[in-house]
Design a binder for this molecule. Sequence first.
Ligand SMILES: Cc1cc2nc3c(=O)[nH]c(=O)nc-3n(C[C@H](O)[C@H](O)[C@H](O)COP(=O)(O)OP(=O)(O)OC[C@H]3O[C@@H](n4cnc5c(N)ncnc54)[C@H](O)[C@@H]3O)c2cc1C
Length: 411
Amino acid sequence: MKKETRSDVLIIGGGLAGLTQAAVLGRAGVDVTIIDREPPSAHLNAAYDGRTTAISFASHRVLQAAGVWDVMTKDCCPILDIRVADGTAPQFLHFATDEDANGEPFGWIIENRLLRKYLFENLRGIKNVTHLAPVEISGFTNTPASAGVTLKDGRALTAPLLIGADGRHSATRKHLGIGVKEWSYGQAAIVCNVAHDLDHENVALEHFLPAGPFAVLPMTDDENGNHRSSVVWTVEEKDVAKIIKLSPEKFDARLQELFGDQLGSVEAVSRPMSYPLGLMHADSYTGPRTALMAEAAHVIHPIAGQGLNLSMRDIAVLSELVVNHLKLGLDTGTPKLLADYENWRRVDTLLMAGFTDVLNRLFSNNMQSVALARDLGIGIVDKIPTLKGFFARQAMGIGGTAPKIIRGLPL
Ligand SMILES: Cc1cc2nc3c(=O)[nH]c(=O)nc-3n(C[C@H](O)[C@H](O)[C@H](O)COP(=O)(O)OP(=O)(O)OC[C@H]3O[C@@H](n4cnc5c(N)ncnc54)[C@H](O)[C@@H]3O)c2cc1C
């Protein structure tokens, strides 16, 4: 007979979202099992993920609730100033923390590799979280009282609530037969870290070029005191291979053209990696005793650096609902809880997906009439404090109806 392990919550997928979800629930006293098909060592390899993440103000509260924020701050670079420019046009949209964010950072930049490392270490210190990786799922199970998986090694894992955090090709979503709306942008993001002569002064820059945005995000200095930034350079998909294959000298020369002389001489200090860009939205975020979250439910364009930040809000909401139910001794896999989760999260996600989609279409475009309209738009937003405040709050993740964790309250 198969050995069955029952938890309060079973999480499929230990990426950035799943690991954070497990930690927030675990720290709140919930019994969690989280599984991944790959070992942590594979995820910590430099070739696994060359990106950085812009963590919003709201997401830092979720990472605080996960118990990981204090140890990771030394590798987080605060963003104190955001400048948005349309190619070479003179209009500049400028957000400064003292004017637009009450002196709080708009967010922080950290390497994904380091964020994963801290999340893995953090999980090891939470006794009521069991992390199984690598394991392979052989099938999904459902009874009136539980959802679960069977593993290739014969074990069975069950819980009243299963959370699918298994990424954009989610097996959990496919098992539930939930369809998606999706399209490709015909673009890819080339990412790498660069060292440069001059201090970035905590400024994040976004230049909208015809092929897509070119973003420069401030990083902490390296151990030798070299100034660093990370680059997210959106190009047409057809151009990716030839850019990635450039010699290091030619790649640096191309970067220098894009940077201009604002940060002095620049040099790539990590291998450039590329990510195809598209939008995906699940038709439903829930099924019997199951909630989909993060990229299992939604994938958006990184133009505003909001993909994982949206997922952090999924985590805050789901954690609040689960903990509230457990405190009252209620079942955590009920249709009511799942409907509350979906209702709370769907509008925010659709708004952000729509916002990033429109922004990308508007700016990755060379038509004269569109260029004029967006330059006017940038000029207008820059002059109207309430509009600027709205955009600043969205970037910080504190617009809309915030769950407890994001308001800084305990669960
Ligand atoms: C260029 C770029 C820049 C970005 N910048 C930002 C940014 O600045 N800010 C921001 O907020 N977001 C950003 N994002 C988005 C962010 O990187 C993603 O949202 C995030 O990495 C996705 O994490 P996830 O945990 O949802 O999914 P994944 O990282 O895909 O994790 C899914 C996990 O599930 C596991 N898994 C899959 N299938 C199975 C299975 N069958 N069994 C067991 N395990 C399974 C996988 O091994 C993996 O560990 C960016 C995205 C891109 C492309």
